[in-house]
Write a protein that binds this ligand. Structure first.
Ligand SMILES: NC(=O)C1=CN([C@@H]2O[C@H](COP(=O)(O)OP(=O)(O)OC[C@H]3O[C@@H](n4cnc5c(N)ncnc54)[C@H](O)[C@@H]3O)[C@@H](O)[C@H]2O)[C@H](O)CC1
Ligand SMILES: [K+]
Length: 505
C-alpha cells in the first residue's frame, strides 16, 4: 500500500523530512526535479520541452527539471509566470542555477508575452506545468489563468502535458478544480500521492499518475499519518497466498448467491460465475421457485435451491447450511418476500455477507442499517445516496467522506464503485483502487464483482476481501478487454480473473 496524504499531511511531511530526517529542502527539490527530468527525457528525447514556472517551490522544481534536461543534451524553453520578487529561497537558488548553466527565462508579465509562449508550444513535444503545487490556496486568476487556458488549448497539436506534483489549479484534497486548471496527460507527483489526484474529478486533470521518490525515509509518512492508501498488486499477492495442493472444492468456500428473479436471472448467474472464477469451491443460487425453474437449463457448475415464499426463514436456513459466505441482492427484487428474506439473513446468518444492488436499496428502505458481522456493502453512488439519504452528486463530490461515513454508520466494509473504487472500513481505514478500464462500465459488472468478493470473503477478512476483489475485478476486466475501452461483457471480466491470479504468484 502507498500512503496517500492530504495537503496538511504533506506540509507535515515536508517539515519532518527537513527538520527530523535532516534532508535539506534544496536536496528534496533537486531530487524531485531530477526524478521528473528523467521521466520527461524518456518522453521527449531530444525534442523541445517547454517549462512554465511559478514563483514558489513548484516553480523551483521546474528550474531543476530545466537544468537536468539541458545537461542531458536537451534544449528546454523556460517561461516564468509570477513576480520574481516573490521567489521562494529554493526557487531563486534554482532559477540562478538554471541561468548559471546558460539557461534563459522568458518572463510572462502581460498578455502580449503569451505570443512567444504560444510559438514555443506549437513546436514542443512536452509542456511542463511547474506553476503551482500544494501551495495553491485559491482559484488561479489574471495572467496565470490565461497561461493555463493556453497550455490547455487544443490548437497546440500533439504536445504531451506533464504536471509537476499537482496539476495547477486543482485542490489537492478534494480534486475539485478551484478555477482554470491544467489538464495533464501525466502527473509526476513527489514523494506521496495526494488525495485530490485520485478522486474521479481530480483524475480528469491528473491523467496518468506516477510517484517520483525524493529520498525521504519511509518512516516519515508513517510518522505524519495518511488519509488513505493506494492498493498495490503486492498487497493482493500477499493476501491470496497460493492454494495448498490438497485444496478441494469446498476448502475454498461454498458461496450462496441470493440473487435473481423473474427477468433478472442473468444477475444471479453472473454473481455465481464471478465467485467460481475467483476461486470459490462451489456456488449455489438460492432464489424464488419460478427463477429456479427457469435456471435449471442454464446452469452447469452452479447448483440451485428454492426459497419458499410461505416459509422464507426455514427454506433459507436449509439453503445456507454448509455455506461459507453469502452474496445477496443482485436482481433479487424489492417486494415483501425479498424484504423478508434479507431481514432473515441479517438476523440469522453470522458468516461473511456481501450486500449489493437490491439488498442495499432494501437496507436503505428499512432505515435501520447498523449491521453486526463481517459484512461488505458494494454500492454505486446512487445506492450509497439512498443509504445516506443524499444525492449521487453529493456522493461523487466527496467519495472519500461518503464511503467513510457509510462504513461508520453501518459498521460494515463499504466498497464504493466508480472510476477509482474506494474501500472504507468502520475503523476509518480507506483504500483506493486505481486499477481498471472504462470497459468495466458494462451491464452486470457489479454482479461479477459481488461474486468475486463473495468467494474471497471465505478466505480473507472482509476489508481485504473487498480490496482484493476490487483489484481482481479491475484486472480481470483489463485482461479480457485487451486494450478496448468498450464492448466488454461482464462474464468476460470473470473469465479474466484466473489469468490475474496466475500472474500474482
Ligand atoms: N512535498 C515535497 O516533499 C516537496 C515539494 N516541493 C514542491 O513544493 C511545492 C509546494 O511549494 P509552495 O512554495 O508551498 O507552493 P506552490 O509552489 O504550490 O505555490 C506558490 C505560491 O503561490 C501562492 N498562491 C497560491 N495560490 C495562488 C493563486 N491561485 N494565484 C497566485 N498565487 C497563488 C502561494 O503563496 C504559494 O505559496 C510542491 O507542490 C512541490 O512541487 C519541493 O520542491 C520538492 C519536495
Ligand atoms: K504543477
Amino acid at each position: 500500500m502507498i500512503p496517500v496524504l492530504s495537503r496538511a499531511q504533506m506540509r507535515a511531511f515536508d517539515a519532518r523530512a527537513i527538520d527530523v530526517a535532516h534532508v535539506p529542502s534544496i536536496v528534496l527539490m533537486e531530487n524531485a526535479g531530477r526524478g521528473a527530468a528523467e521521466r520527461i527525457l524518456a518522453l521527449a528525447g531530444k525534442r523541445r520541452v517547454v517549462i512554465v514556472c511559478g514563483a514558489g517551490n513548484n516553480g523551483g522544481d521546474g528550474f531543476v527539471v530545466a537544468r537536468h534536461l539541458l545537461l542531458r543534451g536537451g534544449d528546454p524553453a523556460v517561461f516564468m509566470c509570477g513576480k520574481p520578487e516573490k521567489f521562494t529561497q529554493d526557487a531563486r537558488i534554482n532559477r540562478d542555477a538554471w541561468v548559471g548553466v546558460g539557461g534563459t527565462v522568458d518572463l510572462l508579465q502581460k498578455g502580449p508575452d503569451l505570443e512567444l509562449l504560444r510559438i514555443e508550444l506549437e513546436g514542443a513535444a512536452v509542456v511542463v506545468d511547474a506553476l503551482f503545487g500544494t501551495g495553491l490556496d485559491r482559484a488561479i486568476s489574471g495572467l496565470a489563468a490565461e497561461v493555463i487556458e493556453l497550455l490547455n488549448s487544443d490548437t497546440l497539436g500533439p504536445v504531451k502535458r506533464v504536471a509537476l506534483d499537482i496539476p495547477s489549479g486543482l485542490d489537492c484534497d478534494t480534486g475539485v478544480p478551484l478555477g482554470p486548471t491544467f489538464h495533464a496527460d501525466l502527473t509526476l507527483t513527489f514523494a506521496q500521492p495526494k488525495l485530490g489526484l485520485l478522486t474521479p474529478r481530480g483524475v480528469r486533470h491528473t491523467g496518468e499518475l506516477e510517484v517520483i521518490h525524493i529520498g525521504v525515509p519511509s518512516d516519515v509518512p508513517d510518522a505524519v499519518g495518511h488519509s488513505a492508501e493506494l492498493l498495490e498488486r503486492a498487497d493482493v499477492a500477499r493476501w491470496l497466498a497460493p492454494r495448498t495442493s490438497d485444496a478441494h472444492k469446498y476448502s475454498a468456500g461454498h458461496v450462496a448467491v441470493l440473487a435473481g428473479s423473474h427477468g433478472k436471472l442473468g444477475a444471479a448467474l453472473l454473481v455465481a460465475h464471478g465467485a467460481l472464477r475467483a476461486g470459490a469451491g462451489a456456488a449455489t443460487i438460492v432464489t424464488w421457485p419460478e427463477a429456479v425453474a427457469a435456471l435449471q437449463s442454464r446452469v452447469l457448475e452452479v447448483m440451485t435451491a428454492s426459497i419458499d415464499r410461505d416459509a422464507v426463514a426455514a427454506s433459507i436456513d436449509a439453503a445456507l447450511r454448509s455455506k461459507r459466505s453469502v452474496v445477496i441482492g443482485p436482481g433479487f427484487g424489492l417486494d415483501e418476500a425479498a424484504r423478508a428474506a434479507l431481514a432473515h439473513v441479517l438476523a440469522a446468518w453470522r458468516g461473511p455477507l456481501v450486500l449489493d444492488a437490491d439488498a442495499i436499496t432494501l437496507l436503505a428502505r428499512s432505515g435501520s442499517f447498523a449491521l453486526a458481522g463481517p459484512h461488505i456493502l458494494t454500492p454505486h453512488a446512487g445506492e450509497l445516496a439512498r443509504l445516506l439519504e443524499t444525492t449521487s452528486d453529493k456522493i461523487e463530490a466527496d467519495r472519500f467522506g461518503s464511503a467513510t461515513e457509510a462504513a461508520r454508520r453501518t459498521g460494515a466494509v463499504v466498497l464504493l464503485k466508480g472510476a477509482h473504487s474506494i474501500i472504507a472500513a468502520p475503523d476509518g481505514r480507506l483504500v483506493i483502487n486505481v486499477r481498471g478500464t472504462p470497459a468495466l462500465a458494462t451491464a452486470g459488472s457489479g454482479d461479477v464483482l459481488a461474486g468475486i468478493i463473495g468467494a474471497l470473503t471465505s478466505v480473507l477478512e472482509p476489508f481485504e476481501a473487498a480490496c482484493a476483489g476490487a483489484f481482481l475485478h479491475a484486472e480481470g476486466g483489463a485482461v479480457s478487454a485487451a486494450g478496448a475501452d468498450r464492448g466488454l461483457l461482464a462474464s468476460q471480466i470473470a473469465d479474466g480473473v484466473p489469468a490475474v491470479l496466475r500472474e500474482l504468484f
